[in-house]
Write a protein of this length. Structure first.
Length: 256
């Protein structure tokens, strides 16, 4: 009996010419790439997934990259958010600034019933099966910002590639550093500086040691901005003040 040749070229349709990649590539779910609807939405999603952690993804930045205008870009972001691929959160940084952080999920919806509904927790690895949960089980604490920092460390040194289990184990210590005034830049610098030469036997063990034995690297306190220049409406002399008004000399002469 004849058998089908798995290497036979199809008579029509797509023919893949594949190259095995080990760097500079992005893995995307077929459910996302093959979604029906706007091609802009798929393109925006693929671009965002290819960016490193910390890259800005505002509508202004996306418009600078794509030819499409603000309306189409904004609609694409809304569709991705509605489908669970991304979530935008307004958060306060350790320095007190209010920023918008965008969390992207490569496998939205993979959670157990006892966990908070996505996207309030980071996504599980697609290969990880949800553990059976009893009604009395308690959900584990979530550390999305710390986990994101730990996953991004390998961009500075590939030897620090961490497994999902390692990230989950180290995330509480990084969260503690964040609560004590560290930020992305200071944590990354502290964990990646002066690494030993050659192969790292246990990247997670090295990072755990540094997180335990190193003093928390505080983020630098930003210098306050000086008051803007104002023009005195009486003598027309410029002076610094938070609000428009008369200069100090003019106020003192009027008060005398």
């Amino acid at each position: 009996m004849a058998t089908a040749n798995p290497n036979a070229v199809p008579s029509s349709g797509v023919i893949h010419i594949r190259v095995r990649r080990t760097a500079n590539f992005t893995v995307l779910a077929n459910r996302l790439i093959q979604r029906s609807g706007s091609a802009v939405t798929v393109g925006v999603a693929a671009y965002i997934f290819s960016l490193p952690d910390g890259a800005p993804v505002t509508i202004k930045r996306l418009r600078a990259h794509f030819d499409e205008g603000e309306i189409l870009i904004a609609r694409a972001l809304r569709e991705l958010e509605a489908e669970g691929w991304l979530e935008r959160r307004i958060q306060r940084t350790p320095e007190g600034r209010v920023v918008t952080r965008t969390y992207v999920y490569d496998a939205p919806g993979i959670t157990t019933k006892s966990m908070p509904s996505p996207p309030s927790m980071p996504p599980l690895d697609p290969a990880q099966e949800p553990a059976p949960v009893t009604p009395a089980a308690t959900a584990a604490p979530s550390h999305p910002e710390a986990s994101s920092i730990l996953r991004s460390i390998a961009q500075h040194d590939r030897r620090l590639e961490l497994s999902p289990k390692d990230v989950a184990s180290l995330a509480p210590a990084v969260t503690a550093w964040l609560s004590e005034g560290a930020n992305l830049a200071t944590i990354t610098e502290t964990l990646t500086m002066a690494l030993p030469e050659g192969r790292l036997h246990s990247p997670a063990g090295l990072l755990a040691h540094r997180l335990k034995s190193t003093q928390v690297p505080k983020a630098p306190v930003p210098r306050p901005k000086p008051d803007p220049f104002q023009d005195c409406p009486k003598c027309f002399r410029p002076f610094r003040a938070p609000e428009p008004g008369k200069c100090r000399d003019c106020r003192e002469r009027e008060a005398a």
